[in-house]
Every structure is written in C-alpha cells, then in structure tokens.
Design a protein around this ligand. Structure first.
Ligand code: AMP
Ligand code: ZN
Length: 143
C-alpha cells in the first residue's frame, strides 16, 4: 500500500528533512499547527504506536527528546507538545507511526477537552479494567 512517509524515507517524495540516521527520520509537517511543527518517524513502516518494537520505540523517543529541544530553541517557543495520534477517532491520518513535536507559545490556543468527572465507584471500575488488561500483557512489557 502506498505510504507517503515511506516515500519520504526512500527519498521518493519531498520533505524538509531536519534529521536522519539509519533508523529514524524527522521532517517538518507540511500543515503545521505552529511553525516548526516536526514529525519524528521510524524508517520502518509500523501502523501505530502499539506495533513498534520496544527497542525501536526507545530509540525514537530518545530522538524526539533531542529534536524537541532544538525545535523549542530554534523558534523560541515557550513550550511544546509531543503527541501521537492513534486510530481515526484520535485524528490519525497517516498510518505510518510518528510523533508530532508541536512548538507552543503563551496564549497561542487552548485545548478545550470536555472533561468528565468520575464517581468514586466509577474510577475504581475503570482502574480495575485497565489493571486486568495490563496483567495479561505483563510478559510482553518485561520482554
Ligand atoms: P496524523 O494526523 O497524526 O496521522 O499526522 C499526519 C501528519 O502528517 C499531518 O499533520 C499532516 O499534515 C502531515 N503530512 C501529511 N503528508 C505530509 C508530507 N508529504 N510531508 C510532511 N507532512 C505531511
Ligand atoms: Zn510507511
């Protein structure tokens, strides 16, 4: 299946590449939320956050830290968001895993999520559900 990020990795599509090594590439997002908005991408194609092997993900996040510092300094941002959209409902549009580094400025815009409130029982119920699934995947987590 045609993948725009694979094409960028293979230098078959243009991008403003700011970092590249054997495993990882980083380039500017063509539709930035703020100027300097950067994408950090493993060169191998993985659909999303959950399918990236642990070791590779560690190296990607190390690169995200390196690049985020440089992006922040270069555009004199007050802060930045590191995010990964996973699945259509979360806003994913390119199904080749990537992190966004989004420079942020005081008063640039405000996220307005519709926060919900748990009841005391409700919060326990959700925690129990998650703990139960975590225990199933413990061995994978521990390697
Ligand atoms: P997501 O919606 O989290 O999957 O992010 C995909 C991002 O890739 C979007 O912010 C797009 O603007 C960006 N994008 C799509 N095509 C290109 C491209 N050819 N070069 C750079 N960024 C791109
Ligand atoms: Zn790809």
């Amino acid at each position: 299946m045609e993948c725009i990020f694979c094409n960028i990795v293979n230098h078959n599509a243009e991008a403003e590449i700011i970092f590249e090594d054997d495993e990882i590439i980083a380039f500017l997002d063509i539709q930035p939320i703020n100027y300097g908005h950067t994408l950090v991408v493993p060169k191998k194609h993985y659909d999303n956050f959950l399918t990236v092997p642990q070791e590779e993900l560690s190296r990607v996040i190390k690169t995200v830290q390196y690049i985020a510092g440089a992006v922040k300094r270069s555009v004199k941002a007050d802060g930045f968001n590191v995010i990964s959209n996973n699945g259509e409902s979360a806003g994913q549009t390119v199904y080749h895993f990537h992190f966004h580094i989004i420079p942020r400025f005081a008063d640039d815009f405000t996220f307005k999520p519709r926060f919900k409130n748990y009841t005391d029982e409700g919060i326990k119920e959700y925690a129990d559900k998650i703990r139960s699934v975590l225990s199933k995947y413990k061995d994978i987590y521990n390697g």
